[in-house]
Design a protein around this ligand. Sequence first.
Ligand code: IMP
Length: 200
Amino acid sequence: MTFPSPVSYTDLMGGISEILFSAEQIQARVLELGAAISRDYVGCRPLLVGVLKGVFPFMADLARAITIPVEVDFMAIASYSAESRQHGAVRIQKDLDSAIGGRHVLFVEDVVDTGLTLNYVLRNLRSRDPATLQVCAMFDKGTRRLVRTPIHYKGFDLPDRFVVGYGLDYRELYRNLPFVGLLKADVLHPDEHTKKGSSK
Ligand code: IMP
């Protein structure tokens, strides 16, 4: 059975069964993360690095919550195949604009799920010799982790459920919702109840 595409904000909202983190909760937590980062990186001019697309709302909010000078850069990655993805191998579609050797890099992630993407990207970034490399993730699905990955700044823990909103998509929709929530069962394809997002 196929479901009609949402054509209005009401349609989008109609697909949500439960709000896990409200816009207010998210914004309050982002302010706390920004304050901690501003304290820890004072005098360092950190470079915030994110992987498109899911990170865009968090990156924008976090950068504005940080009260010291920061720079921002983005990468885009894609899986070679479903099989290679299971080993964490991804292809860089768009690389960073800036060199990161000797820089204080803070890698910003929307959600860490299996940790495979984070693990791959961190290995790649580490090979470029940054002075420091730390991780700030808004959401953490710790119970799904397949590889150990450091998270130095964390927003919230998530249950092992497929979520949308605040950058996270289902088939490219729902990224613009200001909260994070669960999709109604009849919106989600049966295979995707426990699966992760189809695209960054
Ligand atoms: P990992 O490599 O398994 O840790 O996957 C991380 C990426 O999967 C995130 O950056 C998201 O793009 C995507 N992802 C993981 N869980 C979800 C979810 O519940 N909804 C939407 N996207 C997700």
